[in-house]
Design a protein around this ligand. Structure first.
Ligand code: GLN
Length: 241
C-alpha cells in the first residue's frame, strides 16, 4: 500500500512545528507497512488532485500568507476545490485554515482572498490568542490538546466545529468553537503539532485516506501509552490554571 501526502508551501507556511503533522502521518503509516511519498508544493506548482491522498496546509505570518494567497488562487484553487469536494482528506492549520475560507483581513488591514471553499471568514483582532488549548469533540467523544497563536478571529457559520473549547480561545474567543470540519477537511488553530499530541485524529485521517484507496483496509493498533499519558497530564495542568 502507498500513501501520497501533499505539503502545501512548506517553505512559506510552517510555524510551531506544523511539519510534525507530516512526520506523524508518515511514521504511523509506515508502522502499518504503508509506503509514504511526500510532495512539497510551492509557488507556481500545480496541485495534482488525483495523486494525493492527504493534503496538509500549515500556518504562518501575515506576510507569508499574503504571498501564498495570491499564488494559490491563480495556480491551485480549482483543483483543491475539486479535491475537497470529492471527500479527500485535507488538514489545514491556522494560516492555511484561514486561507481555505472566503477572506482573511490581516492585522494591517490588508484583505487577503481565501480560496472560498469553506464557508468561513477571518479578521485579525487587536490582540493575539496565545496558549495551550483543550477541546472536546462530541461526535467522536474525543478530547484534543494543542497550542494556538493567532490574531485572526474565524467564524465558521453553518460548519461543524472540530470541537468545543474547554480551555483556550478557539476560533474567535467568543462562540466557544475551535476549528471546523467539512466533509474530510479539517481546519484548526492547533499547532505544534496537532497530530503528535492527538494520535486518534492522526489515525482517523490515515484510515479515511487509505480506505478510499484500498478495500477491506484496517489499521492495526499502535501503542499510544505515552501520548495518552502526555495528554492527560496537559489536561490536568490546564484545569488548575
Ligand atoms: N497570520 C495569522 C494570524 O495571526 C495566522 C497565524 C498562524 O498561522 N500562526 O492569525
Amino acid at each position: 500500500m502507498e500513501l501520497n501526502i501533499c505539503h502545501l508551501y512548506p517553505d512559506l507556511l510552517n510555524v510551531y512545528g506544523d511539519i510534525g503533522n507530516i512526520l506523524i502521518l508518515k511514521h504511523r503509516a509506515e508502522l502499518r507497512g504503508v509506503k509514504v511519498n511526500i510532495y512539497n508544493l510551492s509557488l507556481n506548482d500545480k496541485f495534482d488532485k488525483d495523486l494525493y491522498d492527504i493534503t496538509f496546509f500549515g500556518g504562518g505570518q501575515d506576510y507569508e500568507q499574503s504571498i501564498v494567497s495570491s499564488d494559490i488562487f491563480k495556480t491551485k484553487r480549482d483543483d483543491i476545490k475539486d479535491y475537497i469536494e470529492s471527500g479527500k482528506v485535507f488538514l489545514a492549520i491556522c494560516g492555511g485554515y484561514q486561507l481555505l475560507g472566503k477572506y482573511y483581513i490581516a492585522a494591517d488591514g490588508e484583505k487577503l482572498d481565501g480560496l472560498n471553499i469553506l464557508n468561513i471568514s477571518t479578521e485579525a483582532g487587536d490582540n493575539r490568542f496565545i496558549g495551550n488549548t483543550v477541546i472536546y469533540n462530541e461526535e467522536y467523544n474525543e478530547t484534543y490538546v494543542g497550542f494556538e497563536n493567532h490574531g485572526g478571529r474565524t467564524y465558521i457559520n453553518d460548519l461543524k466545529p472540530l470541537g468545543k473549547v474547554i480551555h483556550g480561545y478557539g476560533n474567535n474567543g467568543t462562540d466557544g468553537y475551535e476549528g471546523c470540519i467539512y466533509k474530510n477537511t479539517y481546519g484548526t488553530y492547533f499547532h505544534g503539532s496537532l497530530l503528535s499530541k492527538n494520535p486518534e485524529l492522526a489515525d482517523r485521517l490515515l484510515y479515511t485516506a487509505l480506505s478510499k484507496k484500498y478495500d477491506n483496509f484496517s489499521l492495526s493498533k499502535l501503542d499510544d501509552t505515552l501520548e495518552i499519558k502526555a495528554k492527560e497530564i496537559m489536561i490536568e495542568r490546564l484545569k488548575n490554571n
